[in-house]
Design a protein around this ligand. Sequence first.
Ligand code: PXL
Length: 263
Amino acid sequence: MVDLAYVIAGSEATGGAGIQADLRTFQELGAFGLGTLTCIVSFDPANDWGHRFFPVPPEVIAAQMEAAAAAYDLDVVKIGMLGTPATIDVVAEGLRRQPWRHVVLDPVLICKGQEPGAALDTDNALREQIVPLATVVTPNLFETRALSGMDTIETVEQLTEAARRIQELGPRYVVAKGGVELPGDDAVDVLVAGDDVTVLRTPKVGEERVAGAGCTLAAAITAELAKGAEVGAAVERAKDFVTAGIRGRVSGRAPFEVVRQGA
Ligand code: PXL
């Protein structure tokens, strides 16, 4: 049996996040990866590594999804950065064409160099069209606040409450990630699964965010689901995998360090 892991995501041109991180993760975890590209993010080294965003035309996204689905019986997909309402429309339409065992959504609202709230129409389209199709959603603290509507999340109890509110939008499983920003010594993730709550903790590795961590966590969950794991086990293995990758992180000349998958 081939463990197929499919990803619909953007390219980040330095390779730290996005589909490059996803495909490296799939490979490290022994899943066979294939991907549909939604956009290209190319930070500008001459302008403080600011955000440059190039969407892939919707018809090109539809064509890629068509080819992937024609070639294989896909049943597990990860959704990463989408970036525009038109992209969200075409991806939602493609997803609705077939049943999925799991749709793992990393609800990327902004990425480095973008202002929060820069793209409210995109955020709303994601919440309305993609979140209800997801079985597993993996918001970071910022995305958890935005999707739950809870402005203050400073404790594990609040993170759990917010995850429950996101569950009401449709996904059966929510992995709300405290990351370095939730106060405390541990990086805490709350997994809400149906009525059950599991709190996962590992000591924080430094106080800075490492690029590609969110992509890697969701991709690792996807790879484990593709191999047949249950969601709880997939999330635990994914957390170990991303923690090891953060410890073994890579530094280049960009002003952020990057997860090294498989470190
Ligand atoms: O880490 C979020 C993310 C996802 N996908 C792409 C990105 C980023 C952040 O930079 O560029 C393509």
